[in-house]
Design a protein around this ligand. Structure first.
Ligand code: ADE
Length: 228
């Protein structure tokens, strides 16, 4: 079974609409929808925004459904200047840009206990998404996805995250799902379409493009499902 998590309804609704043999159950306040999609068994959930909801959702999904892998689909703010709205980012690694025990001598982003800054996404899923984006004619960048409990809409903050982690994009869930999957030894992937540039204009661009970008990420996921 493939687990799919989106933060917002716009990031999951089109998947749920396309499912067959649907059964749903609520665990820890999260609605998990099981069924067939693109000929495969999946469980999909709308986690809510931010790292805590994302982690809670991933953990509940793993304990309840034992998925073979978890895919996080959705939108992101661009940090790589080469990225434009509707382009795709496939995470090679995820980082939590707001994890900071640096006053104690640690690198910014290091997760105490795991003692790593970057957590690697699953190679097979990375390849499948990269190939799917190519087939769909979408521009895709593979790189670092930086997550934090902040909507980034400021050039200075954007530069800081890009400078520290060389991240391709910023969002608010991927690295939390990555940490939960890492601890549980479940392969994971983060697939995002750009909804805004994470600078001051993001407050206009995000509401204007969120639906279209969320659908773009699902389109690439749909294409990739043929090979998963
Ligand atoms: N998701 C989409 N755009 C974002 C941004 N600018 N900051 C954080 N999360 C986002």
């Amino acid at each position: 079974m493939i687990g799919i998590i989106g933060a917002m309804e716009s990031e999951t609704a089109a998947i749920i609409r396309g499912m067959e043999q649907v059964e749903a159950q609520t665990v820890s306040g999260v609605r998990f929808v099981c069924g067939k999609w693109c000929g495969k068994d999946i469980v999909v959930a709308t986690a809510g925004v931010g790292k805590v909801f994302a982690a809670l959702c991933a953990e509940a999904m793993i304990l309840t459904y034992h998925p073979d892998c978890i895919i996080n689909t959705g939108v992101a703010g661009a940090l790589d200047p080469a990225l434009e709205i509707m382009d795709i980012v496939v995470a090679e690694q995820v980082v939590q840009h707001d994890m900071d025990t640096s006053p104690l001598g640690d690198p910014v982003g290091m997760i105490s206990g795991i003692n790593q800054v970057e957590l690697p996404a699953d190679e097979k899923l990375i390849k499948a998404f990269t190939k799917a984006a190519e087939t769909a004619g979408a521009k895709a960048v593979c790189g670092v996805v930086a997550s934090g409990d902040q909507f980034i809409a400021e050039q200075q903050k954007k530069n800081l995250i890009r400078g520290r982690f060389n991240a391709a994009c910023c969002e608010m869930e991927g690295a939390a799902i990555g940490q939960v999957c890492y601890v549980n030894q479940v392969p994971f992937a983060v697939l995002r379409a750009i909804s805004d540039g994470a600078s001051e204009e993001a407050v206009m661009d995000f509401p204007a493009f969120v639906k279209k970008a969320a659908k773009q990420s699902i389109n690439i996921l749909t294409e990739a499902m043929k090979t998963l």
